[in-house]
Design a protein around this ligand. Structure first.
Ligand SMILES: [Zn+2]
Length: 332
């Protein structure tokens, strides 16, 4: 395999590295020093890039978190009943505010940072949360030099960053003594991959995701930036996510082949109240039947799937980590 010598943007390692994969104009490497997978060029595409993922980043405030992700539930379960000096929480990459709303419901004073100004406005107007800020964590920290948080969360953000070490240093500086830092990233060791099929591969490749993480890579990276991991694990696959994986596997393309049309495009067009021809109605019925079958099948196999995950050590899709500052003195 091709050996090159890019400097690891996470640990500075300059040893030769194998090109693991070429994806469009990017080269993907694994660092032998810190075990993190990174890409060259290593550059975040800017907030405008994310506007194309409308389904992932909806333009409305959310009152709860995504049913396909367990990290929010894990975090709140961990915090419930735990003694904290204060209950001030900062969610980095607060998105549409679903987690802020849930955390507020658990008695936290919530603050958020995000790059999407439209959704921050919606969080203010629809959820009534005014403590949300547009910009980077560095901007936020500079504007609030005296603020400290008992809980800082950074779910599905680290893998997008082109200066991840800087963000961790800022998060650390904003954490109150004895406070907790929660991180979740895609698990590169996952047994089942939801990022396959049309339109899905882009989600876990650059410029969307710049880094790839294992548990030990994440533990090491946090450790080098002044955090001690309290708990690190891959989370169970939620049932809706299993349904998505099955759906992608079972996208047989029958409509595409038989009728020379795209079934998904037709479903979207119908949702937009376009005139429904016989062909469209036929496709809609077929898609509806397939969806019902997949949902029914998922419901049926899910308990067994969870047991099999335990029995065979199948890894989930999300790596979840609870950390504290190295200098935290308060006992857990
Ligand atoms: Zn490295």
């Amino acid at each position: 395999m091709n050996q090159e010598t890019p400097i690891c943007p996470l640990c500075g390692n300059n040893a030769p590295k194998a090109v693991e994969r070429v994806w469009r104009s990017y080269r993907l490497y694994d660092c032998p020093g810190c075990e993190v997978g990174f890409c060259v060029p290593f550059e975040n595409p800017g907030s405008g890039y994310y506007a194309q993922f409308e389904d992932l980043y909806p333009h409305q405030a959310q009152r709860t978190t995504d049913a396909m992700s367990f990290e929010y539930d894990e975090c709140l379960r961990f915090l419930r009943g735990r003694k904290l000096d204060g209950r001030r929480l900062l969610d980095i990459g607060c998105g549409a505010g679903g987690f802020l709303n849930r955390a507020r419901g658990e008695g936290f004073g919530v603050w958020g940072v995000d790059f999407n100004e439209v959704r921050l406005d919606l969080i203010r107007s629809e959820l009534g949360i005014d403590t949300v800020f547009h910009g980077s964590l560095e901007d936020f920290a500079a504007a609030h030099p005296d603020l400290r948080f008992d809980v800082i969360t950074m779910f599905q953000v680290l893998e997008h960053l082109d200066r991840p070490g800087r963000w961790l240093e800022k998060a650390r500086s904003l954490l109150a003594p004895g406070g907790f830092f929660f991180v979740a990233v895609p698990n590169r060791g996952r047994t089942f991959d939801p990022f396959q099929g049309p339109g899905m591969e882009e989600l876990d490749t650059p410029p969307n995701h710049l880094t790839r993480w294992s548990a030990s890579a994440l533990r090491g990276f946090l450790g080098r930036h002044g955090f001690e991991s309290v708990e690190i694990k891959s989370l169970d696959v939620p049932r809706p996510l299993l349904a998505l994986i099955l759906r992608n596997r079972l996208r047989l393309g029958l409509a595409t082949k038989a009728l020379k049309v795209d079934e998904l495009q037709h479903v979207k067009a119908a949702a937009g109240a376009s005139p429904a021809g016989a062909k469209t109605r036929l496709i809609q019925s077929a898609v509806f039947l397939k969806e019902s079958a997949i949902n029914g099948m998922t419901r049926l196999v899910y308990p067994g799937f969870k047991l099999a995950c335990r029995a065979f050590g199948w890894q989930g899709i999300v790596l979840y980590c609870v950390a504290r500052r190295h200098d935290a003195r308060t006992p857990l």
